[in-house]
Design a binder for this molecule. Structure first.
Ligand SMILES: [Zn+2]
Length: 453
């Protein structure tokens, strides 16, 4: 069977599935975002990670390059110094984005790589003799670590490696061999990790806060709560949209995209309104958020979320199907994209209370945006009750005005000559003259209403 049990998407794992898609898009585009999922045993989080991991889209590389060199951006020891003409002569091939696992008991040499002394002719050039480990070989793909809390607890060396890999985008690894020059390699990959905070040694956040903060997104995974979901799982039925189809559908819009060099290159992908930038900056200051990563992750998560959903919308609309192959992107990030992501970037970084206030502030912003007729000049972001009162007061004033207009209109119509009244209440429809007269009446009424004020 192609689809594993955990790939039935339900209320308990849909957030993880959403983040997996966001992370896949970001990694594919060269700005990987990392995910940590927490859940007790039996929630199927590991199965879902692996299910998506085995269905990742294809990338192009220089043929047979174990470091997965992009033909336009070769970075490995063998290809990085070649000029354009030399690279152009090399063959290319499509491979599935790498998906590799690191267990909590892995050895440093296996993960990073080692230097084959026999291969080195010049001791000052150890690059040529590297036997790349799991991380360098997963370049442009995903590394999955189950039980990351145990790794953080028992292997400080591996934890330091992850801090380097995830510290910047792209990250780096250093391979050392006694007596040789240290070798540094650039790696750009997404890290996906799972842990069970209820089991020894406890939550990652408490074991190694710094590593926890490196994850752009964090989420909880729960068991399915509905019997019909369990039935589906037992019957081996996945959602009709399979993971593979889902990802390919999203990514075909980006297939012609150049791999990004830096975060600033996302600017061309989708518009991030200035007003939303200001909102995020204000939240960062007002709530004294310790980690700038949290705000950056909201921003980029929202960008990738916008791209993802825009594509889905196009797909649902057959009349716009032509856009699928022309590289049509989401035109702008909106507050809903931010709301879809914010929870997951704050969960592991601020207190529950702060997180709730921030989400509330974002909701308030959305509320205001959906009520464009309300003036927000005196609006205070921190005081939701104040804004609601303000809004309620204004809408009450408007309805009072409407009712008083209506009452005076009824009064006037009652004062009209009886003859006219009979005409308009008969079975026949109104004549054009009558309608014109009524219209004139209502215009006068409005004028009078203005004078009354
Ligand atoms: Zn290469």
């Amino acid at each position: 069977m192609k689809y594993a049990q955990g790939q039935v998407i339900h209320d308990g794992n849909q957030d993880l599935y959403k983040l997996l898609k966001v992370s896949t898009i970001s990694t594919y585009l060269g700005i990987p975002h990392h995910i940590h999922a927490e859940g007790v045993r039996g929630t199927g989080k590991t199965t879902l990670f692996r299910g998506v991991g085995k269905n990742l889209p294809k990338i192009i590389r220089i043929k047979d390059c174990v470091y997965n060199c992009h033909p336009l951006k070769p970075h490995c020891p063998q290809h990085k110094d070649l000029n354009r003409e030399e690279v152009a002569k090399l063959e290319t091939e499509w491979i599935q984005m790498p998906f590799m696992e690191i267990s909590h008991g892995a050895k440093l040499g296996t993960v990073l790589g080692s230097i084959d002394l026999k291969k080195i002719t010049d001791q000052n050039q150890p690059l040529a003799g590297i036997l790349p480990g799991v991380i360098p070989r997963a370049h442009r793909g995903i590394i999955f670590i189950d039980e990351i809390n145990r790794l953080a607890d028992t292997s400080p060396e591996l934890t330091d490696v992850l801090l380097d890999v995830m510290g910047t985008k792209p990250g780096k690894v250093q391979i050392e061999e006694t007596g040789l020059t240290k070798v540094e390699l650039q790696v750009n990959l997404g890290v996906w990790a799972a842990s069970n905070p209820d089991e020894d040694p406890g939550s990652l956040q408490n074991i190694r806060k710094q590593l926890s903060d490196r994850f752009d997104f964090s989420t909880n995974v729960f068991r399915p709560a509905e019997p019909k979901v369990v039935q589906k799982i037992l019957a081996g039925q996945s959602n009709p949209k399979t993971v593979e189809d889902d990802l390919n559908r999203i990514l075909k819009n980006f297939s012609h995209c150049r791999t990004k060099e830096s975060e600033s290159e996302t600017e061309g992908l989708v518009d991030f309104p200035q007003e939303l930038s200001e909102l995020l900056a204000k939240i960062y200051i007002d709530y004294s958020i310790e980690s700038m990563r949290a705000i950056k992750a909201i921003r980029f998560g929202a960008i990738f979320h916008a791209l993802m959903n825009k594509e889905i919308n196009y797909d649902n609309n057959s009349s716009q199907a032509g856009l699928l192959n022309t590289g049509a992107y989401a035109d702008s990030v909106d507050i809903d994209d931010i709301l879809q992501i914010a929870e997951h970037t704050l969960k592991h970084r601020v207190s529950d209370e702060t997180k709730k206030s921030i989400i509330q502030e974002l909701e308030n912003y959305k509320y205001r945006k959906e009520q464009p007729q309300v003036s927000n000049s005196n609006y205070d972001n921190h005081d939701q009750s104040h804004s609601k009162q303000d809004f309620n007061k204004k809408s009450t004033m408007r309805s009072q005005q409407f009712i008083s207009n209506l009452v005076s209109r009824i009064k006037r119509s009652l004062q009209k000559p009886t003859k006219e009244k009979v005409k308009t209440t008969g079975d026949r429809g109104k004549s054009l003259m009558e309608l014109a007269q009524e219209d004139k009446d209502s215009k006068e009424l409005i004028k009078e209403g203005k004078r009354e004020k």
